[in-house]
Every structure is written in structure tokens, then in C-alpha cells.
Design a protein around this ligand. Structure first.
Ligand code: AKB
Length: 314
């Protein structure tokens, strides 16, 4: 049975991952941590305030709760990181090296997500291979590539059981994303229910990878439970479920809300980031090495997103 310390538990992934992990491993075995105080379901199990730039505190919490695993999620996303690159470096890289150090000292298993943001404009854009050129042109991308390498280093040099995936844009009705480039793909559903219209800050024809949150959470559990002897890549598995542009979301929504309209008012900062990322990535290494398989496509996800958001905001 695992005992897991999760950082960034109030973030978009964290708030749902805690519920999922508590369901799989038991409430008391999941130690949620965040720089902000606990809210909602997070209060139903162990919770500690944690600033991931404070290595001593990470160590204390890991020791106190006798965890055997760290899932490190606390990070600034791509658009926020572009606005404050130095702070992004300090939080994203500082938090990562601190949590890896604690994993090394206490011999813990370790998970942290990389992203499609780890690729850049010179990366092959369609069906981006698992192993390819990575020269990202954003601070977030620089952090993610450095993070992938750092996790490889801690595995090779110190034997820390590090594992990770390159997440695409994650879509969920539970917690909102914050400061990402792919956030439009969540906002569009809320606005479809509220206004029957959405103005996209990402231009028509801009493809990016996406995934519905239940598939992302299942992938984390599956990778962490995978037989380590079968893992060739360990830290930065490409995983994707959907490659879509704004009109694909609009059309999927129109199947349920025929009067839904989409307009465009492009944000140059987020558009530049999106243009530097792949249109679609190849998940075959994750499929072969640990059996990754997404259940949701854009249509099944859209149906559920619209139903759940309608219930949530009525
Ligand atoms: C972002 O847009 O920054 C994230 C990501 C793809 O890593 N959702």
C-alpha cells in the first residue's frame, strides 16, 4: 500500500488526483499539501500547508507522515510563466529539485508531470515522436525539459524511482485551470452553458493535444503501478487522447447546443506559445511500456462536460 505526499493539491490536477488516490489507496494514506489552505474535499483527509521552495518543510512533512511516494504537481503553467519567467524558474525548478532531494534522502518513489510544452517550434509537429528534438521557446518549456533531464539524472545517479508523463491540455469540470495556454478548452464549455457563445483567445486552426481529466488521473496511477523493469523512458512519456483546434470543440458542442457560436480575439502571447507546440503527439511508447489507453474522445468528453457543468452552475 502506498502513502503519498502530493504537492499542489489545490491545483487543477491536484484537487481531483487527491480524490482519486484516496479512493485507490485509502483516505489516510494520501497527504495533500498546498501553499493555500485546504478547501472542500481536501479537508476530508490529511492536509499540510507547504511552500515547495522550502526543502526543510518538505522533508519534515514526508518524515512525519512516513510517505513512500511524492507526487510533485506544484508549478506555474505556461502563460503565467511567460509573464513572470524568473519566478517561474524559482518555483518550477526550485520545487522540483527540492522534492527530488527529499525523494533521494528518504528513498521515495517520485512522480512529476512534464508537458507538451517541453517541445518547441523545431520539433516535428505532427505525431511528435517520444524521442525527438526539444528546443522550447518558453520559460515553461525550458523548465519542463530541464525537469525531464533532472528526473532522469536522479534515477541514473541516485536510483530514485522517478516516473512522469508529458501531459497535453487537461480538461475538467471540477477545478479550473489557471495560467495555461490550453485553458480555452475548459472555458469554452462553461461559456457554452452560460452564454451559448465563446470568444477564443487561440486562433482557428491551431491544433493542440488535449485529454479529459479522468484519463489523466488513471494514467498517473497506472504508470506509478507499472513494472519498473518494463519502463524504458520512465520520466517523460508522451500521452494524448485528442488533437483538436477551437472549431473542433465548437462543432462537438453544437451537437448538443445547436445555437452555440464561436468568435476569435487572439491573444498574441498565448498564440505564440500554442504555435510553438505540437499539433499532435505520438503516445506509442506509453502504450507499449505500461499500457496507456485513453477512454474519452472529444465527443464523449463534450457530452459529459456539458452535463456536469450544467448541473454544477444551475
Ligand atoms: C498549459 O497550457 O500550460 C498546460 C500544459 C499543456 O502544460 N495546460
Amino acid at each position: 500500500m502506498k502513502r503519498i505526499l502530493v504537492t499542489g493539491a489545490r491545483g487543477q490536477i491536484g484537487s481531483e488526483l487527491i480524490t482519486k488516490l484516496r479512493g485507490v489507496y485509502g483516505n489516510d494514506n494520501i497527504i495533500a499539501t498546498d501553499i493555500r489552505t485546504a478547501e472542500g474535499e481536501l479537508k476530508e483527509g490529511p492536509f499540510e500547508i507547504l511552500d515547495v521552495t522550502d526543502e526543510k518543510r518538505i522533508f519534515e512533512i514526508a518524515k512525519k507522515h512516513q510517505v513512500d511516494t511524492i507526487m510533485h504537481l506544484a508549478a506555474l503553467l505556461s502563460a503565467t510563466a511567460e509573464k513572470m519567467p524568473k519566478i517561474a524558474w524559482d518555483i518550477n525548478m526550485g520545487g522540483l529539485v527540492n522534492t527530488l532531494e527529499v525523494a533521494r534522502e528518504l528513498k521515495l518513489q517520485f512522480f512529476t508531470p512534464s508537458s507538451i510544452g517541453a517541445f518547441g517550434p523545431s520539433t516535428p509537429k505532427v505525431q511528435t515522436p517520444q524521442d525527438t528534438l526539444q528546443r522550447p521557446t518558453t520559460m515553461y518549456g525550458v523548465n519542463k525539459v530541464a525537469g525531464e533531464l533532472l528526473c532522469d539524472y536522479y534515477y541514473e545517479r541516485f536510483g530514485v524511482d522517478t516516473r512522469g508523463v508529458r501531459f497535453p491540455g487537461l480538461i475538467s469540470y471540477v477545478a479550473p485551470p489557471g495560467g495555461g495556454t490550453t485553458d480555452y478548452a475548459v472555458e469554452i464549455y462553461y461559456e457554452a452553458i452560460k452564454q451559448k457563445a465563446y470568444t477564443s483567445y487561440i486562433a482557428e486552426g491551431t491544433y493542440m493535444d488535449m485529454m479529459y481529466m479522468p484519463d489523466a488521473l488513471e494514467a498517473i496511477v497506472q504508470l506509478m503501478e507499472a513494472d519498473s523493469t518494463k519502463l524504458v523512458h520512465r520520466n517523460a512519456f508522451n500521452i494524448s487522447a485528442i488533437s483538436a483546434e477551437p472549431m473542433d470543440f465548437a462543432k462537438a458542442i453544437q451537437n448538443h447546443i445547436p445555437e452555440f457560436e464561436i468568435a476569435f480575439n487572439v491573444d498574441p502571447v498565448r498564440q505564440r506559445i500554442a504555435d510553438s507546440w505540437p499539433d499532435s503527439i505520438d503516445s506509442s511508447a506509453a502504450e507499449a511500456e505500461w499500457g496507456f489507453k485513453a477512454k474519452y474522445d472529444i465527443n464523449s468528453m463534450t457530452k459529459e462536460m456539458l452535463e456536469k457543468i450544467a448541473e454544477k452552475i444551475k
